[in-house]
Design a protein around this ligand. Structure first.
Ligand code: AMP
Ligand code: ZN
Length: 481
């Protein structure tokens, strides 16, 4: 089976991908809320969306991928309580929201780049679409919304199948959503939040419902509609979005599109809704409120190459929970090193050749079947390793096969050198040049059979955190610990 099948959270089943526009694939990914650095769990969501995009390109679809940047409207609680995350951070840091947004957007982009996540067609910034949000809200307000003191609320009983995506229980009292004064139903949500009387927010706009700011769900509905048109093909996000954010987006989209029920997925605004499962970490270091949390930068500071983390993500299926551990990250790095050592052997072969060769046919078939089966990257990785292990074949063909597989996995194998993958903690006091010079001196001492001198150099290196790795099967001469 090489026709692309994807798991649709709306139907909880695998479905063949059938583009809405012939030859095209239009994908919307809920982007980061830029009030803080992303943690590596957040980045798993974008590695997943990137694999999806790369797979669609590989399958020949003309891809339009949108990832938004949320710089307004996301409250500290996904439901309708708490403060705006951006406003809260800005007041804690006594900075302007715009500066906060810019700083963390750039930090997010740095992680995107380090993880070989391809740039989308557009990074759509929520505050650039306020006019469009007001238009959208006005078009559904009469039939579907009501005003109360805190804002304009969407009445979830005015559309069919509310909450189907979450398989949610929405009866009053059983709902997972805090009650807000004046709300008619527990699941109703704000599409416009008024600035409380006597307060001034850094970000606020005039609206028919008073000064205020858009609700988070409204942003994604509007940017999806404006940039991709309803219905588009695929909407993605982390699995937490399956519970509140996406059901609410869907409710607004249904209202906007004429209120059809969800037995026809197109009424939801997108044909397929896909969700990556969480990266978890038992000691709570993923939480952004925990002080030193798991940012990609922390992995880099400890000396890991960022693509070791991408490798870690690829080893698991995106719908499975993935547990982070330093041991797991080290194992992923070692696997990547083994792959890169084999890739270096064929790096001189010309790029971009043909892949046709009977020896590679089963490997390519395995690879195609794996990614077509709801993006099974863990099996695709084994196909990559099978291809590298294939013996007595032309290096040019082998290179072409690896390039093809890597165009989906996105490890950038031909741009990686084995020395890039050395563990180099930021706080190491010794430089690589110094280590290299010590190794030269040690080699010379050994050549002269002065083993006492050679051992002394080894001890000096050890005292500076450098472990000499004579006879290492991967050919690593040293590592910093
Ligand atoms: P946020 O910036 O909070 O809106 O989150 C950005 C993306 O990360 C969303 O798609 C979330 O669903 C996703 N996400 C949040 N936490 C995790 C996690 N631990 N593992 C994987 N994805 C996550
Ligand atoms: Zn969203």
């Amino acid at each position: 089976m090489t026709d692309l099948h994807l798991f649709n959270s709306l139907t909880r089943s695998l479905e063949p991908f059938k583009p809405i526009h012939e030859g095209e694939a239009r994908v919307y990914t809920c982007g980061p809320t830029v009030y803080n650095y992303p943690h590596i769990g957040n980045m798993r969501a974008y590695v997943f969306a990137d694999i999806l995009g790369r797979t669609l390109s590989h399958k020949g679809y003309d891809l339009t991928h949108i990832i938004n940047i949320t710089d307004v409207g996301h409250l500290t609680d996904d439901a309708d309580s708490g403060e705006d995350k951006m406003e809260k951070m800005a007041s804690e840091k006594a900075q302007s929201i715009w500066d906060i947004a810019q700083h963390y957007t750039e930090a997010y982009w740095a992680d995107v780049k380090a993880l070989n996540i391809r740039e989308p067609a557009k990074w759509s910034v929520a505050t650039d679409y306020i006019e469009e949000m007001l238009e959208f809200a006005k078009s559904i307000a009469d039939k579907h919304c009501y005003e109360c003191e805190t804002g304009l609320y969407f009445d979830t009983t005015t559309i069919k199948d509310y909450g189907r995506l979450a398989r949610a229980v929405t009866e009053d009292g059983e709902g997972r959503i805090d009650t807000v004064e004046g709300k008619r139903n527990a699941a109703d949500f704000a599409i416009w939040r008024k600035t409380p009387a006597g307060e001034k927010r850094q970000m606020e706009w005039d609206s028919p419902w008073g000064k205020g700011a858009p609700g988070w769900h409204l942003e994604c509905s509007v940017m999806g509609e404006k940039l991709l048109g309803f219905p588009f093909d695929i909407h993605t996000g982390g699995i937490d979005h399956r519970e509140i954010h996406h059901p609410n987006e869907i409710a607004q989209n249904q209202a906007f599109c004429g209120c059809g029920g969800l037995s026809d997925a197109r009424n939801s605004g997108a044909n397929i809704w896909m969700h990556n499962n969480f990266l978890v970490e038992r000691s709570g270091k993923m939480s952004k409120s925990s002080g030193e949390f798991l940012r990609l930068q922390l992995l880099l500071d400890k000396g890991y190459h960022p693509l070791a983390y991408r490798m870690m993500c690829l080893q698991a299926h995106y719908r499975s929970e993935l547990e982070f551990s330093w041991e797991g990250l080290t194992a992923a790095l070692t696997r990547l090193k083994r792959i890169v050592l084999l890739v270096e052997r064929i790096a001189d072969a010309p790029a971009g050749g043909a892949t046709d060769h009977p020896k590679f046919a089963p490997v390519l078939e395995k690879f195609e079947a794996a990614i077509a089966d709801d993006l099974n990257t863990s099996i695709a990785l084994t196909a990559l390793e099978d291809a590298l292990a294939t013996k007595k074949v032309d290096a040019g063909i082998k290179r072409a096969v690896i390039e093809r597989i890597d165009s989906v996995l996105g490890l950038g194998l031909f741009e990686l050198a084995r020395t890039d993958l050395r563990i180099r903690p930021k706080d190491a006091v010794i430089t690589e040049e110094e280590i290299g010079a010590a190794f030269e001196r040690r080699k010379a001492a050994r050549a002269e059979k002065d083993f006492a001198a050679a051992d002394a150099i080894r001890d000096e290196l050890a005292a500076q955190g450098v472990e000499v790795m004579d006879g290492d099967p991967l050919g690593w001469e040293w590592k910093l610990s």
